[in-house]
Every structure is written in C-alpha cells, then in structure tokens.
Design a protein around this ligand. Structure first.
Ligand code: IVH
Length: 669
C-alpha cells in the first residue's frame, strides 16, 4: 500500500509527464511515446484521482481535452465544446460501461452505433445558409484554430450544401491521411532529408496546419463526418444513425463501415472483426467508437467532465513487441542522406516478422537513448514502416554501446558532413555509387519520368556496365548495347527504349521532381513548374526571387541555386534538352482540362494500371477522385472483385465504367 504522500507524489509525477507528452503530441506534432503508453499513463492517473478524489485538481490533464491552439491561426470559439472520449481496453471494461449506461437509463433497451476510431484530427465545420463558413480544429475543446482555408482544399468537404439544410449547423468529423498517402509523404520527406511524421495523425495535423493552403491541397487528405454538433432552424432525426444518413444525403462523407447494433454482443463482435481486419483498411484506426443511438438518451446521459457518457472508445490492442537491437546500419539516400536503421533480432509483431526498423537520425537516437544491444520496443501500425519506440532501460546489462554516426560514408568512404541547422548527416561525394544509383532509380520512378522496365536491378546493371553514368545517358542508349546485357531479350530492349522515348513528354513538374534536387518533393515540384513554366527560368531565378515565393524558404532556395550552379547538372540539363525531353510548358487553365468537375471513384482491382496511376491520370485531366461514392460522384470505375461501393453506386444511380471504358475515356481526352 502506498501512503497518502506517496499517492500525491505519483499523481503529480504523472501530471507532469502527461502534460509534457500532450505538448509534444498536440502542439509540436512530434510525440515521444506510443499512444498505448500515453493511454497507460492517463489511465493510471484517472484511477488514482477516482480513488483519491482529494487529489483531483481542475488543472489536471484528465480535466481537459487537448492543448491550446497555436497562435499562427485565428481562434474559433466552439459554441458547444468538442468532447473527447473515454477509453476501454477489454471486453470486461466494455460490459462495465454498458451496465453503467443501462443503469443510468433505468434499464431501458437501446441501440448502438459502432464506428471506427480513425487516427486523424477532429474538426468542426459550420455551415450558414448552406455555405461552409468556418472549419476549426478541436484545440482545447472550447477554442480551436481557424483552418477554414486549409479545410476548403479537402475535396470530401462540401463547400456548400442544399438550401433545405438547417439554416445554421455544425458537423464534426475526423480529417485523416490514408495510409498510402502517409507512406508516400514520409518517403518523400526521407528523400528530402526532412524529419518523418511518426503516425498518420501527426501527418494529418501537420498537413492541415500548413500556413500555405496550397501545400495542404497537395496532400491527399480525406474526412469522415461522425456527428452533428448542433443545428438551428430545422428538426433533425431522433437517432445518431438516421442523423448520419441525413448528413450523407446532404453530401457529407460518412464512413461506410459504420454499423447499427441492437446488442452489446454485436458491438463486441464488430470490435473483434476489426482487430483482425484493420490492416486492410485504407486508413489507420486505433479502435472502435460505440455510441448510444437515441439522441434523446444521449441527452439524458449527458457528459461527465469532457467525456460523454453516451459514447466510449474501445481500443484495438497495440501491435508492439520487444526484441534485441543487434546493430545500427546506415543506408545512403539519393541526396546523400546517411539514414540509420535498426537491425533487429527478427520478431513477430502482429503476425509480420520484422528485421529492420527506421531510426530517422542521430539526434532522434540520442533523444530516445537507444543503444546497440538494447532490448527495444518496436511498433507496427498498418502498412507504416516499423518504428523503434524506445529502449527498456531496466533490461540493460551495461554492455550496450552508444551509437555515433560514422565519420565516413559506409559506401564510398567520403567524409560525412552535417550542415548547420539540419538533422541529417550527408555523404559529401555526389559521385558516390550509392547516390548515383538512387538518383537514377528516382529519375525513372513512377512519380518521376516513369520509365517502365528500368527498376532497381536494371539501374544497377546499367551503372555497372558503364552504359549510364548519369540520368542524361539514358537517352543515348542503343538497342545493341541493351541486348548485350544479361537477361535482356530483344523485346525487353524495345520496351525499355520505347519507355525512354515516352518519358520525353512528361510534364515539367515531373522533370523537376525527377532531377532529385535536395528538398524538392512532388508537391514543391508542381508549385515550381506552375511558377516558372520552364527549367531555364527556374535555373535563372535569383535567391531573392525564390525566397519571395511564399512556399520557398531560404533552405530550398539555396538548394535550387546550388543545384543549377553545378557544372555537371547544367550539362545534364543541356543533354536532356538536346535529347528532346520537354523542359517547358504553358500553364494549363483548369477549365480547359477535359475532366474538370468530374469525380471518379474506383472499386475493385484494376488490371492495366495501378489505382494510384489511374487516379493520377484522372487528376492530370482535371478530374477528381474520392474513396467513396456520394451523390457528387460522376463515375464509379468497376474493376475485378468490386466492393460494396458498387451496390451503393447502383442505389444512387451513379454512372458505371469498366476499366476498359476508363482507359478509353483517358485516351480520348
Ligand atoms: S465521436 C462526443 N467518432 O476520437 C464524441 N470520435 O477522443 C466525440 N475520433 O476527438 C467524438 N473517430 O477526433 C468520434 N467515429 C468517431 C471518431 C472519433 C475518431 C476521434 C475524434 C475525437 C477523439 C476522441
């Protein structure tokens, strides 16, 4: 038994820790511990405060919803506070919640709605006379940040709704970055030497809190609306389920995986199903949310502190495991970044064997105090690259070794340098074979010049055979040279050459991206292409001109200047020009694009191209894509083994396209 002084001390210690982690998570978007570990701290504090109410104070982190808004954005007062949810972690705890709730409504029978608890960012959207007027973050629950301009860039948020809607109403939902978009963004950030987002929630928060909405617009953010905040001037449905149907009919995006249940056993079953099934979801979910369906009962149940009594989150077990960190390896990135990674004693995490995990950079390894030989906690979330959360210090033997970055590049032996203000170390030799190969792979990649047939292995072969020394050499390749290579048949050689030929017509943004200039990702390449219309204009731009562009900071400006100053790069560009690669373009007007205003949804498997590619081609012609069918959807593209979207589209009378018809449409335009 702890004495009272001991309890008080522990309560204070927990508060200090939780406040620190709240700040890291909500303000800096950069947590140090996993959600599961955070939940555990919160749980212990709540339990102590319940048991010893004399130590409960109004400023305890259990008494507030989040952290204060960052000042860069305007402040929005929420007319009705945005609540958070209590958590349960086991069947017994769920049943205890159910029993308590039943008792509070005097044994009255009630229905439930089960929903996924998506790991994103809560927002409140206010509509007046059918127009979206404000979009805000949750902030501390009472006051959030005004991020209207950024939210307006999310295609699944209607900017206006039918005049039939209530005169003034607020809906709430979760903005999120689908797993695919999250991985892509982090990959780009890694290539650019930027720090990675720890999870999709931080990535979503980081994306909507960009001061420049054009950056937000480039991120594939999405939203599911999960409740009606308030509505004036019109009666709204008596149940949550019907309210969601009503909101869907107004054009809001509601998660198709929501279900209506009559018994708590069904809720339990829903949870079980998704513990297994969550990997296949396109978004990250960390549990289910169980809501009492009747709005009348919700009101009777009310809130306790900042948590409703009528809803609860039933979390999924975290997929974590502990294992030994045998060593720390270094891989060399395209821009020369030296990327440390953990070499682990293979361990199964949620059914997948993990041997390696990302370690980001030396500072991060220091901060987490990860040492070679440590027993570490590793975590895997969805398709996200496995992460090392931190060491278990109590398991140390004293033999563990502190890691320091090597002074030389492990591939070419050139000096490793760290620039002022940057977190990454770089290999200083731009001719380092690892860098050259990565640059070549980047150049031919799908997001770049998209040269089919030249992947990792052919890139390596071409370099080894001396046929290619830099990316411009690709355009001088001859069939006779290719067929001499191992495993290169006549037909494959033709295919490679025809892909190279086709790549000459790629849009300017792709070329800028493909060149692999430090700090230029796909988003930035598009902004620069729109701004400059040609490589020559970009190459000529002065530092002042560049830094006057709102999204270009001094670091990026310097990197562009340095790139175009280098003789070798200027030669490469000249040779690309001579080879006929398109290095300039007219700015296209959105209304001239043939698919402008048309929204496409894809279901099932496509044969001729990947879904990502189909979407890119639709977007290139001005069309938009979405992951769910609504009244605004123009076409549903039906691939092999279509999902439930097909039935939904049929019910709405949406036009259907086969993959072949889509191809036809894209080629015609
Ligand atoms: S309902 C009063 N439903 O979880 C109930 N929340 O800790 C308020 N979340 O801030 C929330 N998916 O950001 C609800 N289907 C869902 C949700 C959901 C994710 C988030 C939301 C909220 C947090 C609660």
């Amino acid at each position: 038994m702890r004495d009272l002084a001991g309890v008080k001390e522990r309560v204070e210690e927990l508060r200090g820790e939780i406040n620190h982690h709240n700040y890291r998570y909500y303000v800096l978007d950069s947590p140090e511990i996993s959600d599961a570990e955070y939940d555990e701290l919160m749980r212990e504090l709540k339990q102590l405060e319940e048991q010893y109410p004399q130590f409960l104070t109004p400023d305890s982190p259990t008494q507030r919803v989040g952290a204060a808004p960052v000042e860069a954005f305007g402040v929005v007062e929420h007319p009705l506070p945005l609540l958070s949810l209590g958590n349960v972690f086991s069947r017994d705890e769920l049943l205890a919640w159910y029993t308590r709730t039943s008792r509070l409504v005097a044994g009255k029978q009630f229905n439930f709605v089960g929903e996924h608890k998506i790991d994103g960012l809560a927002v409140a959207l206010t509509y007046v006379d059918g127009q979206l007027i404000t979009g805000a973050t949750r902030g501390d629950g009472f006051r959030g940040e005004d991020i209207t301009q950024n939210l307006r860039t999310i295609r699944s948020i209607p900017l206006s709704v039918s005049k039939e809607a209530p005169t003034r109403f607020e809906v709430r939902g979760e903005v999120f970055l689908p797993k695919e978009g999250f991985n892509k963004l982090n990959q780009e950030r890694a290539d650019e030497g930027l720090s990675l987002f720890a999870n999709p929630r931080n990535a979503a928060a980081g994306s909507v809190r960009q001061l420049d909405p054009r950056i937000t617009a480039k991120r594939p953010l999405d939203i599911y609306i999960y409740m009606l905040g308030y509505a004036e001037g019109k009666a709204t449905p008596p149940t949550h389920w019907e309210t969601m149907e009503y909101l869907e009919s107004l054009g809001f995006k509601v998660n198709p995986n929501n279900r209506l249940f009559t018994t708590i056993e069904q809720v339990e079953e829903y949870h079980r199903t998704w513990v297994e099934g969550k990997e296949s979801l396109p978004y990250e979910a960390d549990g289910i949310v169980v809501k009492v369906d009747s709005v009348d009962l919700q009101e009777r149940l009310g809130n306790i502190g900042h948590e409703p009594r009528w809803a609860i989150a039933y979390k999924f077990p975290a997929i974590q495991a502990t294992t030994c960190l045998n060593d720390i390896g270094i891989s060399v990135g395209r821009t020369g970044t030296l990327n440390p990674y953990a070499i682990l004693e293979p361990v199964s995490v949620g059914g997948v064997t993990i041997k390696q995990a990302a370690l980001h950079n030396e500072d991060d390894i220091r901060r987490k105090d990860i040492r070679i030989g440590d027993t570490v906690i590793v975590q895997r979330a969805g398709e996200v690259i496995p992460q090392v959360i931190g060491p278990i210090v109590s398991k140390r033997s004293g033999q563990e070794k502190i890691f320091t970055m090597p002074p030389r590049c492990p591939v070419c032996g050139a000096e490793a340098i760290k620039l002022e203000g940057e977190v990454m170390h770089y290999c200083s030799n731009s001719a380092c074979p690892a860098q050259v190969q990565q640059r070549l792979e980047h150049f031919v990649s799908r997001g770049g010049m998209d040269i089919r047939g030249i992947g990792e292995s052919l890139s390596a072969t071409l370099l080894q055979a001396g046929l290619v020394r830099n990316v411009a050499d690709l355009y001088d390749l001859k069939k006779e040279q290719l067929i001499q290579l191992d495993r290169m048949a006549d037909k494959s050689a033709d295919n490679v050459l025809s892909s190279i030929e086709k790549s000459k017509q790629r849009p300017l943004a792709r070329v800028i991206f493909a060149l692999g200039i430090l700090h230029i990702g796909e988003e930035m390449a598009e902004l620069l292409a729109k701004e400059f219309h040609s490589i020559d204009n970009l190459a000529k731009a002065s530092r002042d001109y560049l830094t006057n562009i709102s999204t270009v900071g001094p670091k990026l400006a310097d990197s562009i200047i340095v790139f175009f100053k280098q003789e070798e790069n200027r030669n490469i560009i000249n040779r690309l020009k001579m080879a006929g690669v398109r290095l300039e373009e007219e700015a296209a007007q959105p209304e001239e694009l043939s698919l402008a205003g048309e929204e496409f949804v894809i279901t099932g498997r496509l044969e001729a191209f990947s879904r990502q590619e189909a979407e890119a081609r639709i977007k290139a012609l001005g069309g938009s894509t979405s992951s769910s069918v609504t009244r605004r959807t123009t076409y549903l593209v039906v691939g092999a083994d279509p999902g439930s979207k097909l039935a939904h589209a049929q019910a709405l009378g949406t036009k259907l396209l086969t993959e072949e018809e889509l191809l036809h449409l894209l080629e015609q335009k």
